[in-house]
Design a protein around this ligand. Structure first.
Ligand code: ADP
Length: 579
């Protein structure tokens, strides 16, 4: 049912990263320089130990041993202090990068076409905003700095080893082929594996959100078992994906562990042979072996963090993918000549190749009240969303004053047409914030209170100790569903669209509050064009004209009396309603 959001390709991810890091050359330079210095301080130990071994072998004084020990301790202190600053710098830098990534992601998400947000299902977007952002945070805070440290340490250690003698390179090289082969094998498979894993999490989330959102329908239609089976299937798939990536790891890591041992053993053997021939001193062989052994740790970290970076890369690709959703609104700058809404030969599909609207024509007079009725699943809500400019039609046109609804920027569109559902959202902030987002920050209190009065909410808001400045939403004052709905209606009054599309499909309102709200709603509807998706026929009775929607088409269109007289589907519905 849901179209997944796109995923960015490798070259897009790299371009983005270059841009992101390219903006901070100084911060990167300082952090890298500190890490190099810290690693350099760490290089002294094997050398000193080598000298010590040689000195002991040749016979030495306690005094000399003490001096070497003191030097070792000194380098250790220097290394510790440098490492501390290097890490501190990288952490600060990591947080900064993470903040920029987050801001970009929020921008991309807010710029998503609203039709896409509805279609992609909240599951995918939720997974990306939660799991992927968290995964990326982990990569940026931990994996990238650790990886850089490991690379720097490995390079510096190798330099230290080569300074002992070029022959050390030979045993080191022996370890390379098995490592490269294992890495190539793993990297070729890992990214897709982790993407697959991520997708399965999205699917689980989507199934769960769908089930929860449609809980009443599920119960009403007795679909519980089907939903449970569906989630079980999703979990099985996710399990398979996890098993796959796990099997990659269980082959890769043991191979790599074995490859590490080769250079150390080879250095000892080669060093021993050179020593016996008199080509290397005991101190050199000791230092070389210690360096090569010291290489294992950073190389191992480098490789295992690559794994983390893969997961982070997959997450980043999914986050950047959000920016790649094609724009479905093109602002042309044309202005509506009046407020007349027209739909002509409108076809629309959620899923390619399966139209749910099959050529709908509808012309709504200014100030007219239209009711849309028809069986569930006929396409009323879909048509409502197209008439409110949320989705563009696949073919045909939906216009206000001869301008396509998707040619208007959202901010302008809302001044012409708005969709009103009974899903109401209270934003975290003050009541003032909740209202002002429909107009602008600077709206006067008087204007906001007037809008509240017009929906009968002025009194309870004034009665609050902090009035408009009362904090609502999570952590603030908890509003009743009816009060939340009133805020939503007051927002509408402020945005002042000429046409309202009312979808009462998801009536969540407590019946005791309904009468009160209907008064508020009636006040809002006053003087506007209204297209109401009527799930109760009595509101159709009051409409100027009724459109009967059946199977994606308008099959009857006329006043209540005309349609009753015509004795078609509407007449049947009306009879069954009244019997
Ligand atoms: P109504 O409002 O008349 O009950 P809808 O407009 O909700 O009908 O649905 C019309 C058809 O479109 C139905 O077959 C429904 O399953 C399908 N549909 C509705 N919303 C979506 C969606 N987001 N994705 C895919 N199909 C959808």
């Amino acid at each position: 049912m849901s179209d997944a959001l796109p995923i960015a390709g490798g070259s897009d991810v790299r371009r983005y990263l270059r841009g992101l890091f390219g903006r901070h050359p100084r911060a990167i330079g300082i952090a890298l320089a500190l890490h190099v210095l810290a690693a350099a301080a760490g290089l002294a130990a094997p050398r000193l130990l080598g000298q010590l071994v040689e000195a002991v072998h040749d016979g030495t004084s306690v005094d000399h041993v003490d001096r070497v020990a003191l030097a070792l301790a000194g380098f250790l202190v220097v290394q510790t202090v440098l490492t501390r600053y290097a890490r501190y710098r990288s952490q600060v830098f990591g947080e900064q990068i993470l903040a920029e990534l987050r801001e970009d992601f929020v921008d991309n998400t807010l710029n998503l076409p609203i039709g896409t947000v509805e279609n992609a299902g909240s599951g995918d977007l939720l997974t990306r905003t939660s799991r992927d952002v968290e995964q990326l945070g982990w990569s940026v805070r931990w994996a990238i700095p650790e990886w850089l440290i490991a690379v720097i340490t490995a390079v510096m250690t190798l330099i230290g080893a080569v300074l002992v003698g070029w022959w050390v390179l030979l045993p080191c090289l022996l370890g390379v082929p098995p490592l490269v082969i294992a890495l190539r094998w793993y990297l070729a498979r890992a990214k897709d594996g982790y993407l697959w894993e991520g997708e399965t999490y999205s699917t689980i989330n989507a199934s769960l959100t769908e089930t929860v959102e449609g809980a009443r329908t599920v119960e009403a239609l007795g679909l519980q078992q089907a939903r449970i089976d569906r989630v079980d299937d999703d979990i099985t798939e996710s399990y398979r994906a996890e098993r796959y990536t796990l099997s990659l790891r269980t082959i890769f890591f043991p191979t790599v562990e074995t490859a590490y041992l080769i250079p150390t053993v080879a250095t000892l053997l080669l060093g021993g042979w050179l020593y016996l021939r008199g080509d290397a001193s005991l101190g050199e062989v000791t230092a070389a072996t210690l360096y090569v052994q010291a290489l294992i740790d950073p190389v191992d970290r480098m490789i295992s963090i690559l794994d983390e970076l893969q997961v982070g890369g997959a997450s980043l690709a999914r986050l950047l993918g959000v920016a790649q959703v094609p724009e479905d609104r093109v602002a042309t700058g044309r202005q509506p000549v009046d407020e007349k809404i027209d739909a002509a030969d409108v076809r629309f599909s959620y899923v390619e190749g399966r139209d749910v609207l099959h050529g709908v024509d509808l012309s709504v007079g200014i100030g007219e009240r239209i009711a849309m009725v028809g069986p569930s699943g006929a396409g009323k809500s879909t048509l409502g969303r197209l008439l409110a400019g949320i989705h563009p039609p696949r073919t045909g046109s939906v216009t206000v004053g001869d301008v396509g609804l998707t040619e208007l920027p959202l901010s302008e569109l809302r001044g012409h047409v708005a969709l009103v559902t009974q899903e109401h959202h209270v934003f975290v902030g003050t009541i003032r914030d909740n209202l002002a987002l429909a107009v602008d920050e600077a709206a006067t209190d008087a204007r906001l209170l007037e809008a509240l009065d017009s929906v009968d909410a002025g009194d309870w808001v004034r009665a609050l100790p902090q009035g408009l400045l009362t904090k609502v939403g999570s952590g603030g004052l908890e509003l009743s569903p009816a009060q939340a709905q009133q805020l939503a209606l007051a927002r509408l009054v402020l945005a002042d669209p000429h046409t309202l599309v009312l979808d009462e499909a998801t009536s969540l309102i407590d019946p005791r509050a309904a009468r009160h709200l209907e008064r508020s709603l009636a006040a809002v509807l006053e003087g506007r064009t209204v297209i109401a998706i009527a799930h109760r026929l009595f509101s159709a009775h009051d409409a100027d004209r009724v459109a009967v929607v059946e199977d994606g088409r308008i099959t009857e269109f006329g006043s209540h009396h005309e349609l009753v007289a015509a004795d078609g589907s509407y007449a049947d519905l009306w009879k069954s309603w009244n019997s």
